[in-house]
Design a protein around this ligand. Sequence first.
Ligand code: GLN
Length: 263
Amino acid sequence: MELKIGWLYPNLMSTYGDRGNVICLSRRCGWREIEVTTIPLDRETEAEAFNHVDIIVGGGAQDRQQEIVMRDLKGAKADALRHKIEAGTPGVFTCGSPQLLGHYYEPALGQRIEGLGLLDLVSKHPGPDAPRCIGNVVFELTASPLAEEVKSILGTNPVVIGFENHGGRTYLNTAQPLGKVIIGSGNNGEDGMEGAFYHHAIATYSHGPLLPKNPFLADWLIKTALQQKYQRSISLTKLDDSLVVAARAAMFKRLNVTNLLKY
Ligand code: GLN
């Protein structure tokens, strides 16, 4: 079997290390002898290229780079990305990416950046003097059916560990939250929600990068992509995650939430 990872604007939206999500997906496929190709979806890419990817990864960026991306991600390219996500292509979109998948992002300075309107949410930066949301973030996965499907793999309610660094605050309208904040700001530091979930798209403020710290999400993306592509039920070979389990335990201890230590 093989998978193609579409990586959104790698030269513009990799400010916060989210390339680690691409590396994690590639490794966890390679360890299972699933052939992986990573395709940059950037300013040089034609809209048609979006049609051939099986998983989409979008990272974080500064306001300026987000504005450059949205000058390019419009017309046929925007339609192609919308179509993929509406058709259930799995993806993980971090921070600056989901801000652009919503209706708009109002940056710290300058004009409102119109988004794709795919996720029913808006994002607003409170201004250059406002404190950024920076630090470790821990949240319980609540989005349906993602949480149930991950729980069926883990055998327990999944808790996600990440690291946030954003000025923009996101407010969900009808978009389903990805999770419930335990530690950190999450979407806006006010409503206790983190991220969003739509079809098979995971939107989150969690850098880290997210997937190496929470490999059950990487495996959910891989399994979902393979099932979409090959139109049959897929079960993934279990990998030795003892190292990440130990790293998560260390983080839960450091953050004084060892009671959450279920996985
Ligand atoms: N520039 C956006 C903000 O400050 C996104 C930041 C990010 O992607 N980490 O909210």
